[in-house]
Write a protein that binds this ligand. Structure first.
Ligand code: NOJ
Length: 578
């Protein structure tokens, strides 16, 4: 059977449950399609441009539906494509029911989602409702007068009360309040001043948001990714916060108690009425916070993602594998009974997977990306895989601040200047960790602009597209792409990798991440050599196993001799033990 044939075979295991609704038949009462799914994130402006304006669009995604199917992924999360002035690349929405014409029309959206569903792929929408754009009609009306019915859709500090208490903005070095003279008041903005925070205390606002969610659910959307959601609830008594508090940002600004009430309401009004799930960006300050968001019995959200592991590599200092293992292990342990998490190491707010966690050198890029993709798809939790990481796309070199468009990068630059930071060091770090690294156009082939557009790309294509692209990798059985496809198949055909118990082996080993997954009478051994050297390991679990037990391997072979083996640089293999 060829790849497509075997994928169809797998999708037969889905049983249809109403329109656009599929459940996988794993037989477990806690089984959910969104737990068993493999999620692929598309940054739409950089995926595929169909009309030559240099900007990716929905028709571009439609052109690539067969590609998505061939990857074996089963859920797509797409970053915002709503009407927007694009100050923060779409995370500033000016109409929640409309599509920015550059991305396409509503009919294109409908065609796209239908095409996904036909291929057994679910669709997750980004829901950006901690804030709107300043161009949203609600805000335009709100700032006309304090009597406007929309005034209370936002948070205001009346200027007659003096200066507002300091609030830190994540993107604006001048803080989170901005003055508007027509109403003689300051509005709050957690991100840029172009993104005023919505007032979730107001039941009318909440109803608007739930209606928007229903609007999209009725169009067939299967899930929502809730942007910056831990910040929606504020302390509206506006106390003064101590100096330096912003170093513990989530503690002071996140997870206010009203949040759970909002989420219960969202669950009752929307989530419980459709076969959809919602995933929150952020998990608060503790495991308890995380559980309070996602435990099924609470009727709030279904999934969340925490930043502890991705943050391990946010500076130029190399992360330690020990910390990496500890972090993943303790999150897993805290979620053995209830609750469900996303597993990810890259997204549109971060640099490329292989630069942060693997080895982007010519010699090790392929194997180390294969290792990371094996890891992501063998952990408990829903794997979130970012476009381009199925090829090992890398960071792009941008040494000067003038190379950057991103408002976040410029905010960080201004803040560094203000703090008299060493600007050379700052630029080195920005070049390494800027989120623009993860937003360069998808590398389809060796033609101009990597086949992303026949116009001028909105963002520079990484010059290495001549060596790293889909067309080349399709032909190479040992490519990152073909390994990715194998791995999605392994994940989908071995539910032990989804639900099975996780046990860490060799916890103190500095180069190797080894663990088992077990469910009923099935057991897998996962061996990952995170180093550029050969490493000899001895494990009882290897006794009796041979290369015949491999369900996937990024090298041709594995030589197991009485309970020991030598792993090659970045070797990643899964062995079936039972
Ligand atoms: C988090 C999003 O992931 C990021 O891209 C965006 O800039 C901020 N939230 C503001 O919406």
């Amino acid at each position: 059977m060829n790849i497509l044939g075997s994928l169809r075979h797998i999708f037969h295991r889905y049983t249809k449950k109403g329109e656009n609704s599929y459940v996988m038949s794993s037989g477990n009462k806690n089984s959910r399609w969104w737990k068993e799914g493999i999620l692929y994130q598309i940054y739409p402006q950089s995926f595929k441009d169909s009309n030559g304006d240099g900007f990716g669009d929905l028709n571009g995604v439609i052109d690539k539906l067969d590609y998505l199917e061939s990857l074996g992924i089963t859920i797509v999360w797409m970053n915002p494509f709503y009407e927007s002035p694009l100050i923060d690349n779409g995370y500033d929405v000016s109409d929640y029911r409309a599509i920015l014409p550059r991305f396409g029309k509503m009919q294109d959206f409908e065609k796209m989602i239908k095409g996904m569903h036909k291929r057994g792929i679910k669709f997750v929408m980004d829901l950006v409702v901690n804030h709107s754009s300043e161009e949203h009609p609600w805000f335009k009306e709100a700032k006309k007068s304090r009597e406007s019915p929309f005034y209370d859709y936002y948070h205001w500090w009346p200027a007659e009360n003096g200066q507002p208490p300091y609030r830190h903005s994540l993107f604006d070095p001048n803080g989170a309040w901005e003055y508007v003279d027509t109403v003689n008041a300051y509005y709050l903005h957690t991100f840029t001043k172009h993104q005023p925070d919505l007032n979730w205390e107001n039941p009318k606002l909440r109803k608007e948001i739930f209606d928007i969610m229903k609007f999209w659910a009725n169009k067939g959307v299967d899930g929502y990714r809730l942007d910056a959601f831990q910040f929606v609830s504020k302390d509206i008594t506006w106390p003064n916060f101590p100096e330096g508090h912003e170093k513990e940002y989530v503690k002071w600004y996140g997870m206010r108690p009203q949040l759970h009430g909002y989420l219960n309401e969202m669950y009752n009004e929307v989530l419980s009425k459709y076969d959809v799930f919602a995933v929150a960006e952020g998990t608060g300050n503790s495991f308890e916070d995380a559980h309070n968001l996602v435990d099924e019995s609470r009727n709030e959200l279904q999934m969340a993602y925490h930043f502890e592991t991705i943050n391990l590599s946010s500076t130029l200092a190399r992360y330690s594998l020990f910390d990496f293992k500890q972090a993943f292990t303790k999150w897993d342990q805290s979620f053995t009974e209830e609750g469900w998490l996303a597993i990810f190491l890259a997204n549109h707010d971060n640099a490329r997977l292989v630069d942060r966690f693997g080895n982007p050198s010519e010699r090790f890029r392929t194997v180390s990306t294969q290792l990371l993709n094996t890891f992501l798809m063998s952990m408990r939790g829903t794997p979130y895989l970012y476009y381009g990481d199925e090829l090992g796309m890398t960071n792009i070199d941008m040494p000067h601040i003038s190379d950057y468009d991103d408002i976040e990068a410029h905010g960080r630059y201004q803040a560094a200047l203000k703090a008299n930071a060493d600007m050379n060091e700052f630029m080195n770090t920005l070049n390494y960790n800027s989120r623009e690294n993860g937003r360069t156009p998808m590398q389809w082939d060796s033609s101009d602009h990597a086949g992303f557009t026949f116009g001028t790309p909105w963002k520079k294509v990484n010059p290495n597209y001549l060596n790293i692209n889909v067309a080349l990798q399709k032909k190479d059985p040992k490519s990152v792409l073909n390994h990715f496809r194998k791995m999605t198949r392994v994940r989908k055909t071995n539910l032990v990798l989804v639900y099975g118990k996780y046990d860490l082996l060799l916890p103190n080993h500095e180069q190797v991440y080894a663990f088992t997954r077990q469910m009923n009478d099935t057991k897998m051994l996962i061996l990952l050599n995170f180093s550029e050297g050969e490493v000899l390991i001895e494990l009882d679990e290897l006794t009796g196993l041979s290369s015949k037990n491999c369900v996937i391997n990024n090298y041709d072979d594995i030589n197991i001799v009485s309970g020991s083996t030598t792993l090659q640089p970045y070797q990643a293999t899964i062995l079936k033990m039972l």
